[in-house]
Design a protein around this ligand. Structure first.
Ligand code: C2E
Ligand code: MG
Ligand code: MG
Length: 405
């Protein structure tokens, strides 16, 4: 269990919860259960517009909404609310499973940080499990306090932050789904802002990618990550490292050779380093990607297609590029195996990966059922909150040590 779990569980009483519900009895019941569970701040709205007004006025960590409401239904409310609140949502309606699954997919695709569902009649155990998940989603230790929708930080602020070394890597464990062993970590960027707190990549990566700032970030994170990798190795844990790379960083023709030197100096074989490129980036910059991916592979590095399944890369392009790994986007994983519509898609992704000789990694595994299902489908590796959230270096070292013990 990640070290953050117990501290997160204690934070349930700090959650700020908004209920949007047009049925007064259901509203009163849910409110009473929340207060009984230790939540101190519960706000309410009786329709979607009221919910939007509350969100515009204040900050909430969790929004529990009815899906069936007169006027604005829950899905319209959700879409509009996500522009104001990028955090956790839960649905409290008794609706058909495929309608619920679609609402959950909409929330995922629009960037909600957590999605849950409560059955009717309400069960206190189910509600408390949801509260623990919401508390964990805004837990400390490298986890952003709240995933607000992308806010454009000006380039000058980002440049200063890089200069002042305010960005740091957090690491999310990657496991072999067959034997449960930790095989590596993915490096994810975080910004420790002096007044705004911990800031998630959604709020700075896209802006940085427009300029060379993204190259500076990549260099800073990789340097720190290689040092951490060497220190975990000294403690007896050999791990691989995956790091996200932007297409413009790949444009530098001297990059592959510099990377070889850098990993050599750190005493790490290139085979243990994987660069993750999103499917969208690949389809937008095929020429740059083809050249640089080939040159990285020639030097022994691994290259992965990230967020696979939500972009528009053609199969011809994929088969022409020498990737080593396919990371299945987490929007396909959420809610499985109950979401029957996703199953044939996943099966064909697995088949495709096998035919192209690619290792498969599933992102965003949150439940044991999702893990078991993916393993049965033949998926080799996985990442997700079920195994471990992104953690800073010292937390990851402690987490690894506790697993060994
Ligand atoms: P990604 O590379 O696909 O990383 C996975 C994201 O999913 C991470 O979000 C991670 O915290 C989140 N995640 C992992 N497991 C779960 C789960 O079980 N449930 C849920 N709900 N979420 C999970 P994060 O850290 O906010 O990063 C978002 C994206 O920002 C990354 O997606 C990556 O594309 C980009 N990014 C992050 N760091 C960097 C970086 O240093 N450079 C570049 N170019 N992009 C970066
Ligand atoms: Mg990635
Ligand atoms: Mg991804």
């Amino acid at each position: 269990m990640p070290a953050t779990y117990s501290s997160a569980a204690q934070a349930v009483h700090l959650l700020r919860v908004l209920i949007v519900e047009d049925d007064p009895i259901q509203l009163a019941l849910l409110k009473a259960m929340l207060l009984d569970s230790g939540v101190r701040l519960v706000a309410e709205a009786v329709d979607g517009q009221g919910g939007l007004d509350r969100l515009a006025d204040g900050r909430f960590d969790l929004v529990i909404t009815d899906l069936r409401m007169d006027g604005m239904d829950g899905v319209e409310f959700l879409s509009r609310a996500l522009a104001l609140h990028g955090g956790a949502f839960a649905f409290s309606s008794a609706v058909e499973p495929d309608v619920l699954a679609s609402a959950e997919s909409i929330a995922h695709l629009q960037g909600a940080s957590l999605i849950g569902a409560l059955g009717k009649p309400l069960q206190i155990g189910e509600l408390q499990a949801l509260l623990r998940r919401a508390a964990a989603a805004c837990a400390p230790s490298g986890q952003p306090e709240r995933q607000r929708p992308a806010q454009a930080w000006p380039l000058s602020a980002l440049a200063t932050a890089l200069e002042w070394r305010q960005f740091f890597p957090v690491y999310q464990p990657k496991l072999d789904l067959n034997n449960g062993e930790v095989t590596g970590v993915e490096v994810l960027a975080r910004w420790r802002h002096p007044t705004a707190g911990l800031i998630a990549p959604a709020q700075f990566i896209a802006t940085m990618e427009q300029t060379e700032l993204i190259d500076v970030l990549f260099r800073q994170l990789l340097r720190q990550a290689l040092a951490d990798l060497a220190s975990w190795e000294a403690q007896g844990q050999q791990l691989s490292l995956a790091i996200n790379i932007a297409p413009r960083t790949l444009e530098d023709r001297s990059l592959p050779e510099r990377l070889v030197q850098q990993v050599r100096e750190a005493g790490i074989a290139p085979e243990r380093i994987s660069f993750e490129l999103t499917e969208t980036a690949i389809s937008r910059h095929p020429a740059t990607v083809l050249e640089s991916v080939t040159r990285l592979r020639l030097r022994g590095f691994q290259v992965a297609v990230d967020d696979f399944g939500v972009g528009y890369s053609s199969l011809a392009l994929l088969s022409a590029l020498p990737f080593s790994e396919l990371k299945i986007d987490r929007s396909f994983i959420a809610g499985m195996p109950l979401n029957g519509k996703v199953m044939p898609i996943l099966e064909s992704i697995m088949r495709l990966a096998k035919e192209l000789g690619l290792r498969t990694v599933a992102e965003g595994i949150e439940t044991g059922a999702e893990r078991d299902f993916l393993r049965a489908l033949g998926c080799e590796a996985g990442q997700g909150f079920l195994f471990g959230k992104p953690m800073n270096g010292p937390c990851l070292a402690a987490w690894l040590a506790s697993r060994r013990a």
